[in-house]
Write a protein that binds this ligand. Sequence first.
Ligand SMILES: [Fe+2]
Ligand SMILES: [Fe+2]
Length: 188
Amino acid sequence: MHHHHAHGHAPAGLTGSLIADHETILTALERLELRLGDMKRRGVVDVETVNKFLVFARSFIDRCHHGKEERCLFPCLERRGIPREGGPIGVMLYEHELGRKLVRELDGLLKSYSEGKTGPEAVFNKCEEYIQLLRQHIAKENNVLFPAGESVAESEDVREVTECYEAIEGKEVGHEVHEELERLAKEL
Ligand SMILES: [Fe+2]
Ligand SMILES: [Fe+2]
């Protein structure tokens, strides 16, 4: 008999679902980095690949994953006494904004590259800036903020936050699209 939950697995704790998202995001970043290596050797941007990555960055990383953090986890951590202003949550929010800005800039560069107005280097550099930002951001969450959150969470927080994650995934991308995006991350 094959048992499975509504969508695959339900990772445990306050941050298990977010850590699983991080694994998917890190896979996508690794794939993009590999593809960038090929592009650099050839001296051309593979516009389709970078566009696919942009779709993933906007939907999975930003709307869904950052949505789960900003609307579910961070408010819960604040209620349990982890500070926002001048604290780790403020830094995470700032980096989410930075990520949005880099995605907009990458989108613009890709368009002007397609029109022959920008060389490939600017696109490569912007991709690398984004990869670096996300990797160090994820490391801070996994190693510092999330363990701190787990240590202050009460059992009712886990239930509430998990429901909130489900609602965001369902509303922002839909559960099926969420799984599709997980596949896309591996196929970039
Ligand atoms: Fe984050
Ligand atoms: Fe995150």
